[in-house]
Design a protein around this ligand. Structure first.
Ligand code: RIB
Length: 330
């Protein structure tokens, strides 16, 4: 492998001169710059980005910590963030925590070891002290999606409470539903708690008498299927389902179908996330769009804003969710 020393020797200059010319820093005569650049081309020298990170104690890496990659919402979000980062000349250091505190801790330490320049964090297991530790080491942070607006750092998410309200108001006011089964995400999950609160507020604010029931899932398809299957086995007579995410809604629709409850004729269903599958389902799934592309762009732009000017104040972004009405609730 060609090193910076080979280039310096061939060009008859010091390693420091080659480094200055590559990083466009400091003085060098036009002749020297031309001679070094010609040698770089002749030897096909590629600067070693790890070595550069070590010397600068910083890199072009942005860490992205997500709770899982098995739920389709997250890979779709990762794709948007990767595109936004690459567009600005940065690469992603993807950290999949499997929602386990031990793995979160491992990756937080690994971010420091890899000199990442910023960290985008999507996890209920990361607290304000963790973020402060990264910030103290010069790693700017932003939390997304499962963001916590109480801590002093930047955050961007769709307003999950408002998203739930839009879904439930659609079922009640547009479709005349009067008996709603709510499938919540995990009890301790902030985004699930916000959706539960939005569901309860929409029902209490309605002028109609609405019967409700709540079951809990883990954001996976199987949990949505089992939750609705058990309700149907117990004779549940709900005329609609609002699910905290699309994956559980897909499981719920399967359970309805196995019990001869037709969607949307017998049971209207609305999910949350607008994952790619949702529009291809039969019936196509009504859902709340989480504006993944905008969250990705804002997360990267906010990090770079803070990296380029360390004295700037962190910002919070609470985006308006969008209701997408499709066949499953019409
Ligand atoms: O589907 C996974 C859920 O977890 C999404 O709704 C997302 O908001 C995350 O909180």
């Amino acid at each position: 492998m060609v090193t910076i020393r080979d280039v310096a020797r061939e060009a008859g200059v010091s390693v420091a001169t080659v480094s200055r010319i590559i990083n466009k820093k400091g003085e060098a005569s036009p002749e020297t710059i031309d001679r070094v650049n010609n040698v770089i081309k002749k030897l096909n020298y590629k600067p070693n980005s790890i070595a550069k990170s070590l010397s600068k104690r910083n890199s072009d890496l942005i860490a992205l910590l997500v709770p899982t990659i098995s739920n389709p919402f997250f890979p779709e979000l990762v794709k948007e963030i990767e595109a936004a980062a690459n567009e600005k000349g940065y690469n992603l250091y993807l950290c999949n925590s499997d929602d386990e505190r031990a793995k979160v801790k491992y990756y937080l330490d690994s971010m420091v070891d890899h000199y990442v320049c910023g960290a985008i964090i999507n996890s209920l297991h990361v607290n304000a002290e963790d973020l402060a530790m990264l910030e103290e080491r010069g790693i700017k942070t932003i939390t997304i999606d499962r963001a916590n607006f109480e801590h002093p750092f930047s955050a961007v998410t769709v307003d999950h409470k408002q998203g739930a309200k839009l879904a439930v108001q659609h079922l009640i006011e547009d479709q005349g539903c009067a008996n709603i089964l709510f499938i919540s995400g995990p009890k301790d999950e902030q985004s699930a708690k916000d959706r539960l609160s939005g569901f309860e507020q929409a029902v209490s604010e309605s002028s109609h008498r609405i019967q409700t029931d709540t079951v809990y899932g883990d954001f996976g398809m199987e949990s949505g299927y089992q939750a609705v299957k058990s309700k149907l086995e117990a004779g549940g007579r709900f005329d609609s389902i609002f699910s905290s995410n699309d994956a559980m809604a897909i499981g719920a629709i399967r359970a309805c179908s196995e019990f001869g409850r037709n969607v949307p004729q017998d049971v209207k269903v609305v999910g949350y996330d607008n994952i790619g599958f949702s529009s291809y389902m039969l019936p196509s799934l009504s859902t709340i769009d989480q504006r993944k592309d905008e969250i990705g762009r804002i997360a990267v732009d906010e990090l770079l804003r803070l990296i380029q000017n360390k004295d700037l104040e962190p910002q919070k972004y609470n985006l308006e969710p969008r209701l997408l009405i499709r066949n499953s609730s019409q």
